[in-house]
Ligand binder design. Sequence first.
Ligand code: HEC
Length: 114
Amino acid sequence: MKHRTVTPENKIEAGQDVFMISCSRCHSTTGINGVMEHFTRMYGAGEWSESGMVSFFGTMHKTSTFMPPFPGNKAEKEALAAYILDLRKTAEPLSGAQTDGVRLPESEPTASQP
Ligand code: HEC
């Protein structure tokens, strides 16, 4: 993860971080269960609106109950939307949790039951 806060300069990169954290364990970008394909089915071939995507992120766990609530704030939703819109232009695949795995912190040894 590269950025802690979203600024106009890092918006797209920060959006990629948001994607890695909150979407990549279930979705790829352009591959298996890819968000590009989902949004293309939802929004079609024309312009996609950033504000439409931002409101989707706010309600996606209600309309699609298999998805968790979006974990971030408004700036992070906007960054994610900007990243997805940029990705639509570049179509750059992102190696994510599905190919690289997820590193978990070392777990503490659990105390044995008495
Ligand atoms: C816990 C797993 C999980 C997470 C995390 C997750 N999704 Fe999903 N998402 C799914 C599944 C499963 C589907 C349904 C796939 C299908 O129907 O083929 C889906 C569907 C979608 C759809 C299509 C919705 C529709 O109404 O057709 C979009 C768009 C989407 N996800 C975007 C995202 C974005 C963006 C994120 C991150 C903010 C995210 N998802 C996080 C599992 C997840």
